[in-house]
Design a protein around this ligand. Structure first.
Ligand code: PMP
Ligand code: GLN
Length: 379
């Protein structure tokens, strides 16, 4: 008999729904990944660096040139000065960075505040490390945080607060007011903030990304995680990074070196060069806003109700006007019978709260979105 370390954790919903979509030949708007090509220029750069012989281990912390460009970008966008030598680590995707950060700081019986619905890679790692998740629910339809509720949950055991803006799965974003509240709550404490900012370049309607990096007192206690997978349409490359003050980075790297040691070398060199041209990430807001608008317009006249999406490449649709089936059952039926796969949002709650909403990924060609909408209109 194997003694499971995670007895209540099943297979990730992203694997489950993508597999179901494939089995039933459904349009896959479930797992979040774009169906657009990576820029030809970026691909050429990877191939150039491979041919030039950059094929052995990168430095454990990451290629210096890439860390320097990230430091410049963080300074320019968020007015936060970061030392590339001591405060940035390149990781094999944000998932690895999140695992590493939680493992580095969460000890037995530590409490970690998690907002629900929560992206699925936080809680299992908290539990693996003997920590205890403390849940706070975001308030629909805008999925906002009641900070007075958070304040009440802070105890002497609170080690970390995990935030995610723009937010997966809801598409909500933090305002400056949210970060001011967070700063106030954590001020003078030893609480760390783990800030998942993988969608930092995907915000709509003129909103600006509120990185914890913009708030000096918060930045002192924050571990920022981002991912090039989202920014460069390259989720399969598994390339991300972590920005944290020197004392936190020191501990982060102790774990990082034994999880992966170093991330992919030629891709790091290529991204370093590509990232120098800010156009390569600054055009993303407009690009995805158009996708969101296309999908929302296509859904007009259907029985689905559109929830607000201010960032990420996800759109929540409320189906309470169609059926009162459980969201997991409805998502399965939608895949098998209608031919469109989505993600049921209840899976992101520890108590499987079902608000009758499904998450759809609109990072797809217009033809794919049109074909999906046509099917969804049949309901
Ligand atoms: N955090 C969030 C909120 C995400 O949506 C994702 C991926 N979709 C990740 C982390 C993981 O990113 P990566 O693919 O770089 O591991
Ligand atoms: N983050 C992506 C999503 O939310 C999926 C990542 C994964 O498959 N683990 O859909």
């Amino acid at each position: 008999m194997v003694h499971s370390k995670l007895p209540n954790i099943g297979v990730s919903i992203f694997s489950v729904m993508s597999q179901l979509a494939n089995e039933h030949n459904a349009i896959n708007l479930s797992q979040g990944f774009p169906d657009f090509q990576v820029s030809g220029k970026l691909i050429d750069l990877v191939s150039k660096y491979m041919r030039d012989g950059h094929n052995q281990y990168a430095p454990m912390q990451g290629v210096m040139k890439l860390r320097e460009v990230i430091a410049e970008k963080t300074g320019a966008l968020y007015s936060h000065k970061v030392d590339p030598e001591k405060e940035i680590t390149i990781t094999s995707g944000a998932t690895q960075a999140l695992f590493t950060a939680i493992s580095a700081f969460v000890n037995e019986d530590d409490e970690v505040i998690v907002f629900e619905p929560a992206y699925d890679s936080y809680v299992p790692v908290i539990k693996l490390n003997g920590g205890r998740p403390v849940y706070v629910q975001l308030k629909p339809p805008y999925y906002e945080i009641d900070w007075s509720e958070v304040q009440k949950l802070i105890t002497a055991r609170t080690k970390m607060i995990i935030i995610n803006t723009p937010h997966n799965p809801t598409g909500s974003i933090f305002t400056a007011h949210d970060l001011e509240k967070l700063e106030k709550i954590t001020n003078g404490s030893n609480i760390l903030v783990l800030s998942d900012e993988v969608y930092e370049h995907i915000l709509f309607d003129g909103y600006e990304h509120q990185s914890v990096a913009r708030f000096p007192k918060l930045a002192e206690k924050s571990i920022i995680i981002s991912s090039f997978g989202k920014t460069f349409h390259a989720t399969g490359w598994k390339m991300g990074y972590c920005i944290a003050p020197e004392n936190l980075t020191h501990e982060f790297r102790k774990i990082h070196q034994f999880v992966v040691y170093a991330a992919n070398t030629p891709v790091q060199y290529a991204i370093a060069e590509f990232l120098e041209d800010e156009k390569n990430y600054k055009q993303l807001n407009a690009f995805y806003q158009e996708k969101r608008d296309t999908f929302v317009n296509l859904m007009k006249g259907s029985k689905f109700k559109v929830r607000p999406s201010q960032g990420t490449y996800f759109q929540l649709l409320d189906y309470s006007g169609i059926t009162d089936e459980k969201d997991t059952d409805f998502a399965e039926r939608l895949t098998k019978e209608i031919g469109v796969a989505s993600i049921p949002v209840s899976v992101f709650y520890h108590e499987k709260i079902d608000h009758k909403v499904l998450r759809f990924c609109f990072a797809k060609s217009n033809e794919t979105l049109e074909a999906a909408a046509e099917k969804l209109h049949k309901l």
